[in-house]
Design a protein around this ligand. Structure first.
Ligand SMILES: Nc1ncnc2c1ncn2[C@@H]1O[C@H](COP(=O)(O)OP(=O)(O)OP(=O)(O)O)[C@@H](O)[C@H]1O
Ligand SMILES: [Mg+2]
Length: 222
């Protein structure tokens, strides 16, 4: 199987009050196309920081992040944004839905910027799957945390990205919805051949993945 990501000798440091803090330490791994990988680890171990690097939203202090044979840290902001727009679906811990767009418009948005046809029908069908069709005309502020989280997941998969990077995608959901939504996420990933990287505390979810990586104090343990 082809390699989608190659992370080589990644270090991430932050300068905080004059102190150099090591957040990620000598990270090396590869992810194959269509693979599903869980990232687990305690709060503060560096999981979100790792996703920020993999999405190209942040640059490593040293090392390279090769995505589809391109080094994200070397290609410049404009090209990185273009890659993100077309190929990477992001689910953030804080959702970042567009506040003045309805649930439906949020899910349609990435399809519109990628000029995908019939975006409304497609968004409606995804919202139906995610149990949100009755909420389609509501703004994010009118939705519960779990509903917003489901809109964020629906939006991230709507445009058939090559990969979805998900930061605790079921963190705000009850047990029934966690099961339902994680099954949907895996179904979509299989059907549409989308690679999944999921940060999660939920071991049931992690066990569904082909690979589990644990971050301990900024280092990967397999
Ligand atoms: N911009 C920043 N400046 C300085 N330190 C930061 C910054 N962002 C994150 N950190 C620190 O980096 C470490 C890793 O943070 P990160 O958000 O990656 O953890 P996490 O594993 O996602 O935790 P959680 O499970 O709570 O979401 C933490 O100690 C955090 O305080
Ligand atoms: Mg985090």
């Amino acid at each position: 199987m082809k390699i989608l990501y190659k992370l080589k000798n990644i270090n991430l440091n932050y300068l905080l009050n004059g102190n150099n803090i090591k957040i990620l330490k000598n990270i090396n791994f590869e992810i194959k196309k269509k693979e599903r990988v869980a990232i687990i680890g305690e709060s503060g171990s560096g999981k979100t920081s790792l996703l920020m690097l993999m999405s190209g939203l942040e640059n490593p202090t040293t090392g390279s992040i090769i995505f589809n044979n391109q080094d994200l840290s070397k290609i410049g902001e404009k090209k990185r944004t273009e890659i993100r727009k077309k190929k990477i679906g992001l689910i953030f811990q804080q959702f970042f839905l567009i506040p003045n767009y309805t649930a439906l418009e949020n899910v349609m948005f990435p399809m519109q910027i990628n000029e995908i046809k019939n975006e409304k029908e497609k968004a409606m069908s995804i919202l139906e799957d995610f149990g949100l069709i009755h909420r389609r005309n509501n703004l994010p502020s009118e939705l519960s945390g779990g509903e917003q989280q489901r809109v964020a997941i629906a939006r991230a998969i709507s445009f058939n990205p090559e990969i979805v990077l998900a930061d605790e995608p079921t963190g705000n959901l009850d047990r029934k919805n966690t099961e339902l939504i994680s099954n949907l996420l895996f179904e979509y990933s299989k059907k549409r051949e989308i690679c999944l990287i999921i940060v999660t505390h939920n071991m049931n979810l992690a066990r569904k993945c082909e690979k589990v990586m644990k971050l301990v104090d900024g280092q990967i343990k397999f």
